[in-house]
Design a protein around this ligand. Structure first.
Ligand code: SF4
Ligand code: SF4
Length: 332
């Protein structure tokens, strides 16, 4: 953007991989369904919370845990410990305020607990990993920003510490929400583990209206750009659903190349790709994840994205949506 300083990650490590397989595993892109035009469920490939289910890239995942310093691992272990309360018995007496009343309750609880983004969506089969079941049909999706100053240290341990601190914090928010819903007599399960569990957070959060997918393969919201993390609570409580939003992400991503240029291993596709029956933005797994592992979770692309600068997302969204309207009315 003209007139603004370029937000930089200082000297990111080079894209030379610190980890090599003797026998390379199946391509993560093939597991993810890159190039597939038929719809199917996703399969876990990396960062899998279910240790009973072997994944093709387990070696790299284990390596990721080994390279992270204690101050990062500490948050991860405490998150694991705290998530033991993800489930629990529901109260016998049920409170039902109807679709809107129940949704208002869930959202107020999320905000009181500290979530800054919240929306509700129905869980669809493609939101659930192959071989898993969603325990409840509705999801309350929540988002929490990371501290931008800490994320200046992305691709280094200090940035990774902020990522894990945020995941731990949002995990606690999800637990508090699930408990509050259970106290009203509705079963609820918190999903606050940063590793893949039963569900895919991004498609749910998009349908819940938290934001849109960006070219860098992460979500973009009006409020925080990509500088936030997701968690969710699944429940039987009936609630009014939210709708997906159009904040103009594609209008910007079709012209902007910032994440493409700044991604050290050149992992970001310029064009939308077919992935399991949907044409969407996609990041090359086999290029990104080894670098991601070497750099403590990387996060360069989400930090350099212009939407992530505090206070800019809303202005950018208003600007591109107004421009779109002007173009439409001129060509009408
Ligand atoms: S997280 Fe992956 S896609 Fe993003 S900048 Fe790092 S290597 Fe590139
Ligand atoms: S950096 Fe630019 S192209 Fe990449 S996701 Fe952000 S807006 Fe889109």
């Amino acid at each position: 953007m003209p007139g603004r300083p370029r937000w930089k990650i200082e000297s990111p490590p080079p894209a030379e991989y610190a980890f090599g397989y003797r026998e390379p595993p199946v391509s993560g892109n093939a597991i993810n369904g890159h190039g597939e035009r038929a719809e199917r469920r996703a399969e876990p490939v990396f960062h899998n919370a279910d240790s009973s289910q072997p994944i093709a890239w387990q070696g790299l995942d284990d390596f990721f845990m080994c390279v992270n310093p204690w101050r990062v691992v500490r948050h991860r272990l405490l998150n694991k410990f705290e998530m033991r309360e993800e489930r629990g018995p529901a109260a016998r007496r049920r409170v039902d305020e109807g679709l809107v009343g129940n949704a208002d309750f869930a959202k107020a609880e999320a905000r009181a607990a500290g979530a800054t983004l919240v929306g509700i969506a129905e869980v669809e089969p493609t939101d659930v990993f192959a071989g898993k079941e969603a325990p409840h049909p509705r999801a309350i999706c929540i988002g929490l920003p990371m501290r931008r100053e800490e994320m200046r240290h992305a691709a280094r341990p200090r940035g990774a510490e902020e990522v894990m601190r945020t995941y731990r914090q949002i995990g606690r928010i999800a637990i508090r929400m699930a408990k509050a819903i259970r106290r009203r007599g509705w079963p609820a399960k918190a999903y606050g583990d940063p590793n893949a569990t039963d569900i895919l957070h991004i498609p749910l959060a998009i349908r819940a209206g938290l934001g849109q997918l960006g070219k860098h393969g992460s979500m973009i919201s009006r409020e925080h750009g990509s500088n936030f993390r997701l968690a969710a609570v699944l429940t039987d409580m009936p609630m009014a659903l939210d709708a997906p939003v159009d904040i103009g992400v594609d209008d910007v991503c079709l012209r902007c190349r910032r994440c493409v240029l700044d991604c050290p291993p050149d992992a970001i596709h310029e064009e939308k790709q077919w992935v399991r029956g949907e044409k969407r933005w996609y990041v090359d797994f086999d290029r990104c994840v080894p670098y991601f592992t070497k750099t403590y979770g990387c996060a360069i692309c989400i930090q350099v994205c212009p939407w992530s600068e505090p206070g800019r997302g809303e202005k950018l969204s208003d600007l591109v949506l107004a421009r779109r309207e002007r173009t439409k009315s001129r060509s009408a």
